[in-house]
Design a protein around this ligand. Structure first.
Ligand code: THU
Length: 160
């Protein structure tokens, strides 16, 4: 028996103000998207914004449904929109902001497991890492240089 160590690095920014200007602007787009989330059931609103290599930004928010599993997370709405409208365009980074109508969210909210798998598909396809920045509504921002930092032992198409 032997053990394999898997390391991830997360960079912690104390607040949005500490981020580079271009990332602050992308996070602002995530916040704007978050405010338009359709989340009447959970009251948990999430916005995600992507910066593409062509300079275009696209965003998405969570879309819930009375049949709960039919809804979709903000990150997948955004990444599928990019895949649908800008096929072949590299995604350079993603900013995520979440809040709740029930309580303040001040700790960073990472993408759920299903969204990590969906984002991984595009990162692997483009052969370039996607930097991820995520936060609550205020407070610290976590950054990973790659989706791989959030999803060790990724299942991908090479295994099929
Ligand atoms: N949600 C997201 O949009 N992204 C995540 O990564 C976690 C959860 C949404 C889904 C649902 O509408 C609400 O937050 C509560 O789970």
């Amino acid at each position: 028996m032997k053990e394999i160590q898997i390391n991830s690095t997360i960079q912690v920014y104390d607040s949005v103000q500490e981020l580079p200007k271009n990332v602050q602007e992308l996070m602002e787009k995530a916040v704007e998207a978050r405010k338009k989330a359709y989340a009447p059931y959970s009251k948990f609103q999430v916005g995600a914004a992507l910066m593409l290599a062509n300079g275009e930004a696209v965003s998405g928010n969570n879309q819930e449904n009375a049949a709960y599993p039919s809804g979709l997370c903000a990150e997948r709405v955004a990444v599928f929109y990019a895949g649908a409208h800008y096929p072949g365009e590299t995604v350079e980074m993603m900013a995520i902001s979440a809040t709740s109508l029930d309580k303040p969210v001040t700790t960073p909210v990472p993408p759920c497991g299903a969204c990590r798998q969906a984002i991984a598909e595009y990162e692997i396809k483009q052969e370039k890492p996607i930097a991820l920045y995520f936060m609550g509504e205020k407070g610290a921002v976590y950054k990973t240089n790659s989706l791989k930092d959030l999803l060790p032992l990724i299942f991908d198409g090479s295994m099929l």
